[in-house]
Ligand binder design. Structure first.
Ligand code: ATP
Ligand code: FE
Length: 336
């Protein structure tokens, strides 16, 4: 079995995965969303303190599996440096005391392998990764051959939901609440600009859309009586429609270049129902098989890290305790 640790942002999570069967033996996650909500976003220093509290509590619960462990795995990049360090420090201590090898896992590969939790791997696949920090299209041929073919030039898809939510005073994370408010609004009430509509390139941008939303909100706040709840519903619906339309326009371009056999969407924001249903339509039109992670595995969790670690274990892809380091960003476009 492998024990895996995830602490790249605001979720403290530990999983135990059986190497032979990919079976998830144990999995727990303690989310910090409530504590960060009042600030409208994740406060790194607070997140690190909360990981120090939560991770040992979870670890205590899986002590019974320690004798069966063959390796310790941990997310070391990308993410918030101060929170990644909490997981890495715990992983190092466990590896030393239990005399086990250490596996360093790329968090984004983790999101991709959330598709394969308790399942066999299906690759090659074209993947849309939409999370709090990333909006990318990845050509994944194998665990060691993944290429980023498109990215965002500024904000990410999930982040733009968080920022719109913050502007409307709806707390953090923004995705679920903006989606819920959107259900009660008219998506055509505001005419927002679709990002990079004229550009032939396949890339993403969300800062312009965010600013357009900001201007609409300011106008509503200055109207007599200020912004109403119904106004907020309309803003959320119109923003969501436009942000998903931007992704869909670029994906249609991608499918025009070459139709993928297998397509998947992963990351915390892949929980968005509007995006999911539009993708289902696009893929069924092109006879592409669409893969979605279970909703509970879309946001950060250690089960997906453990699933990657199983593959790395089979490849003897270990890292020396003195060599592991945390990295806030992954700059390479090809992940080996
Ligand atoms: P990264 O994985 O890039 O390092 P992260 O781990 O912080 O970033 P995730 O936990 O994968 O991000 O996803 C969180 C993001 O997903 C938040 O921005 C959140 O608002 C967004 N999100 C969650 N649910 C939805 C939804 N239904 N619609 C849109 N966005 C959503
Ligand atoms: Fe993530």
């Amino acid at each position: 079995m492998i024990l895996s640790i995830e602490s790249s942002c605001d979720d403290s999570s530990i999983a135990i995965t059986e190497i032979k069967t990919n079976k998830l033996i144990y999995h727990k996650k303690i989310s910090q969303e409530l504590q960060h909500s009042v600030y409208g976003g994740v406060v790194p220093e607070l997140a690190a303190r909360l990981h120090i509290e939560a991770l040992p509590k979870i670890l205590e619960e899986c002590k019974e599996y320690f004798p069966k462990l063959k390796a310790i795995a941990v997310t070391n990049a990308p993410g918030l440096s101060v929170t990644l360090m909490e997981g890495v420090t715990m992983a190092k201590a466990l590896a030393i005391s239990l005399k086990l090898p250490l596996i360093a896992v790329n968090h984004l590969k983790g999101h991709i392998y959330s598709l394969f939790i308790e399942k066999d791997e299906i690759l090659p696949m074209t993947i849309l990764l939409v999370s709090g920090g990333h909006t990318q299209i990845i050509e994944a041929n194998s665990l060691n051959d993944m290429k980023v073919v498109a990215s965002t030039m500024d904000d990410s898809f999930g982040e733009s939901f968080d920022k719109v939510s913050k502007m409307l005073g709806l707390g953090y994370p923004g995705g679920p609440v903006v989606q819920e408010y959107g259900l009660k609004g008219d998506e055509n009430r505001f005419d927002l600009p679709i990002p990079l509509k004229q550009s032939p390139k396949i890339e993403f941008s969300y800062s312009g859309l965010k600013n357009a939303v900001r201007l609409e909100i300011e106008k509503l706040e200055n109207q007599e009586g200020g912004i109403t709840l119904q106004d907020k519903y309309h803003i959320c619906a119109s923003f969501q429609k436009t942000s998903v339309l931007h992704i869909m326009q670029k994906l249609k371009k991608l499918f025009k270049q070459s139709v993928p056999k297998n397509f998947a969407i992963v990351g915390g924001a892949s929980a968005n129902i509007h995006l999911r249903s539009q993708l289902e339509e696009l893929c069924s039109k092109h006879n592409t098989s669409l893969y979605l992670s279970e909703l509970k595995y879309c946001s950060d969790n250690a089960a997906m890290i453990g699933r990657v670690a199983v593959e790395q274990y089979k490849q003897n892809d270990f890292i020396l305790i003195n060599d592991i380091d945390v990295q806030s960003r992954i700059k390479d476009l090809i992940w080996a």
